[in-house]
Design a protein around this ligand. Structure first.
Ligand SMILES: NC(=O)c1ccc[n+]([C@@H]2O[C@H](COP(=O)([O-])OP(=O)(O)OC[C@H]3O[C@@H](n4cnc5c(N)ncnc54)[C@H](OP(=O)(O)O)[C@@H]3O)[C@@H](O)[C@H]2O)c1
Length: 305
């Protein structure tokens, strides 16, 4: 079931936003019920849970335990990558969970040194995960100095059903334009650094204009700035009796963004899922949006090659 489309993000008409908010509130389940997490329909017809669990910097030796805890708490969407080195632990947690495969949404990513070796890199990821397919395979960075991302994309298009959906990460409008000129398949997703202090409006708008849904990485700013020190976030947290992290996750969800905060802390796993019993007002949303200050915490997409 889809409750949110890949509609506009910034400057959407009030009516659109009210409809979106109402549909999110209709989902109103307290915590940890996977069926309480909205699904977004991608441009290839597949659905993705809007809230998931990221595992960047999760120690490979700890990944099985941490992902097992996340699945236990109620997450069903896991975002990993070959470069994280923890696909095997993620795979063991999935196998041990006993959760039917079709109830899970698993993403992994192609690293930059495999742009000309996609099929083999993909097989390695599947083997490490112990899966017959992934729900989403992402091209991790454009690495424009190497200029192989369009070729990598053409190879990803040929992976067939073992990569149910394919997409990209860290694509700026210029990278998207070049990729789309060569592509037969439009990416389903563009996963970009996105949080209140860095909102990448040009990348969001170029993606959405092409029907590409936005995933946020670093949704909580990766802990690089103190969310509780941001006045509109602190005020909304106080008003709703929620934490700053919950307010920011809610801001992403109400914007229609797909989000998967990472935590190795069990209490935070539950906290980050407990975001379906309150609604930020338009004023609160706008005040958080006004925190934009181009504060990139990670690499610039043109600099990581
Ligand atoms: N495509 C890409 O290039 C790319 C790049 C980076 C990330 N990603 C993906 O995006 C996911 C999320 O981004 P991220 O992990 O970089 O950053 P993030 O989710 O914004 O932040 C993670 C940090 O926030 C802390 N945290 C989590 N929940 C919290 C809460 N409720 N209250 C206070 N602090 C909290 C975590 O601490 P503890 O763990 O200590 O609890 C950790 O230090 C990644 O895990 C990965 O899957 C993709």
């Amino acid at each position: 079931m889809s409750v949110v489309g890949t509609g506009s993000f910034f400057g959407s008409p009030e009516e659109e936003r009210d409809k979106l908010l109402q549909s999110l509130m209709d989902q109103k389940k307290k915590v940890s019920k996977p069926e309480g997490i909205p699904l977004i329909t991608l441009n290839d017809g597949h659905s993705i849970p809007q809230l998931g669990f990221g595992v960047f910097k999760v120690d490979p030796a700890e990944a099985e335990r941490i992902v097992s805890e996340a699945l236990e708490v109620g997450y069903r969407h896991i975002d990993t990558a070959a470069i994280y080195g923890n696909e095997e632990g993620v795979g063991r947690a999935i196998a041990k969970s006993g959760i039917p495969r079709e109830e899970l949404f698993i993403t992994t990513k192609l690293w930059n040194d495999r742009h000309l070796d996609v099929e083999a890199a993909f097989e390695e990821s599947l083997a490490k995960l112990g899966l017959e397919y992934v729900d989403l395979y992402l091209l991790h960075w454009p690495a424009p100095a190497n200029d192989n991302y369009a070729a990598a994309w053409k190879a990803m298009e040929k992976l067939g059903d073992r990569a149910r959906s394919i997409g990209v990460c860290n694509f700026l409008p210029e990278h998207l334009e070049k990729l789309l000129a060569a592509a037969d398949v439009v990416p389903t997703i563009n996963q970009i650094e996105l949080h209140p202090a860095l909102q990448q409006r040009e990348a969001v708008e170029a993606s959405q204009a092409a029907g590409i849904a936005i995933e946020s990485w670093g949704p909580l700013g990766q802990g690089k700035y103190d969310l509780s020190a941001e006045a509109p976030i602190a005020a909304a947290a106080e008003h709703h009796g929620k934490t700053p992290a919950q307010v920011v996750i809610r801001w992403h969800l109400q914007n229609g963004t797909i989000v998967f905060p990472k935590t190795v802390t069990a209490s935070r796993m539950a906290e980050n899922l407990d975001v379906f019993d309150f609604l930020l007002s338009n004023e609160e949303m706008d005040a958080i949006t006004a925190l934009e200050r181009n504060a990139r915490g990670g690499a610039h997409p043109n600099d990581l090659n």
